[in-house]
Design a protein around this ligand. Structure first.
Ligand code: NIG
Ligand code: FE
Length: 428
């Protein structure tokens, strides 16, 4: 190695998350490596050395260091990973607050042509440039809050052209913005208004036209379906996901968000990489997911924002040995937040997860949920140097002290992209 591009020293508490090739389950989720007085050396965007400061200094002795960063005793974690967002969409839905206040249920708003359908109209009308600028703004918020990689779903087009438009915007942002994006095709997010009398016609359109076109253009790695009462049935979801698998997509599912329809069971049967929401899942469904190694992506900001009394049973999942990840579900309806830090607090208070479990769920397990655990999710030699320095000295402080942004510095692929809580000029 000719040089160290970045050397970060004087780290008060360095959480590495290293040491596990598979998603963490059960007790492993709380067993995390914490190094007091740590350091990280970066070469060409990747971690070249990491550990107690004296050891790292010994390892890089004699190698010139280009840039040094004094962490001033701060807490450092791997970059946060958000494995479930609906990043690209038009408009916003603050008018729904009043309906929520009056107690109108989410699925009723949808059935009346509001909710997702409203956002579909806005997304169809928006230019690609407008969608890009709006999504970029959200990505900036995410980065400032410590998120370095996300998954982004389409699903507000519900026609081929608009679905492709959303996916192109995500691809362009992946290439231009420091935050990395893994794309998911969610054409089966709702049956669009023009197909209400012809559900089968829409399922056919997704299977015969949209999926092959998305594949041909290489615009998504995964396919997802909103499997829910009044949206897509278990049978329709099975058909779509099976076809997606045949075309070579990884598969995901929005399962049992409101009603226990059997989405978790289907995820287990098909071997989905992840099943998401799971508020209403049965123990049997969760057992099926454990057998298939499907990751449960819990979204506590959604149950909070929808004002639901029910929450995903994260403790039961962890006890059963189902790997748990956490995400924002950032979208304009059920979870309008970009911040994984608020999700930390909600997971702690409403899902009863410990700070260690929460961080595991937002780093290494989240990386597994989007198929990227070989390069991100933990700080170890050879992985991308994606990490966050907080204005905090210990992990529990993050979920405990909520509603503000704790992030001081973000390093993405070895580059300082956020400093003093602000994004570096050149990325604007
Ligand atoms: O994950 N449940 C389906 N999709 C989103 C909500 C989308 C919306 O309301 O716009 C979710 O909660
Ligand atoms: Fe979602």
């Amino acid at each position: 190695m000719k040089q160290i591009d970045l050397f970060v020293h004087n780290i008060g508490s360095l959480i590495t998350m290293r040491g596990s090739l598979k998603p963490k389950v059960g007790k492993e989720m709380s067993e995390i490596e914490m190094i007091a007085g740590g350091a990280i050396a970066v070469h060409q965007g990747r971690i070249a050395a990491i550990g107690p400061e004296e050891e790292v200094r010994a390892q890089i002795k004699g190698i010139p260091v280009l840039h040094e960063l004094n962490a001033k005793g701060r807490l450092v974690t791997p970059g946060l990973i958000d494995p479930h967002t609906h990043l690209v969409h038009g408009g916003s839905r603050e008018h729904e607050l009043e309906w929520k206040r009056q107690g109108v249920p989410y699925l009723e708003i949808l059935a009346k042509g509001g909710g997702i359908h409203y956002t579909v109209e806005q997304t169809r009308l928006a230019s690609e440039e407008a969608l890009y600028q709006k999504a970029k703004n959200s990505l900036d918020w995410m980065l400032k809050h410590g998120t370095t990689t996300i998954e982004a779903k389409s699903g507000y087009g519900l026609d081929t052209q608009t679905e492709l438009k959303q996916l192109r915007v995500a691809k362009q942002l992946d290439q231009t913005h420091p935050v990395d994006i893994v794309s998911t095709f969610l054409g089966a997010h709702a049956v669009p208004k023009e197909y209400v009398m012809n559900r089968k016609g829409y399922v056919d359109l997704v299977i015969r036209e949209m999926l092959p076109e998305v594949k041909r253009l290489g615009l998504a790695n995964y396919c997802d379906v909103f499997c829910e009462e009044g949206v897509f049935s278990v049978e329709e979801s099975r058909q779509i996901l099976q076809q997606a698998m045949e075309l070579g997509f990884g598969i995901k599912i929005h399962a049992d968000e409101v009603e226990p329809l059997g989405g978790a069971e289907l995820a287990g049967e098909l071997g989905c990489i992840s099943a998401e929401h799971l508020l209403a899942s049965t123990e049997n469904g969760l057992r099926k997911m454990r057998e298939s190694g499907t990751i449960a992506v819990c979204l506590p900001a959604t149950s909070f924002s929808l004002g639901l009394k029910r929450h995903a049973q994260a403790r039961m999942m962890i006890d059963l040995g189902v790997p748990v990840a956490l995400a924002t579900d950032y979208n304009p309806g059920s979870s309008p937040t970009e911040s994984l830090q608020i999700v930390m607090t909600l997971a702690s208070v409403n899902l009863s997860m410990s700070p260690e479990e929460v961080l595991t769920a937002m780093t290494i397990n989240a990386a597994h949920a989007i198929g990227r655990a070989d390069s991100i999710g933990s700080l170890e030699i050879g992985k991308w140097a994606d990490f966050v320095l907080y204005q905090a000295t210990n992990l529990a402080y993050l979920p405990y002290h909520f509603g503000i942004n704790h992030v001081d510095t973000v390093v993405k692929k070895g580059k300082i992209v956020v400093e003093n809580g602000q994004i570096w000029e050149k990325y604007h």
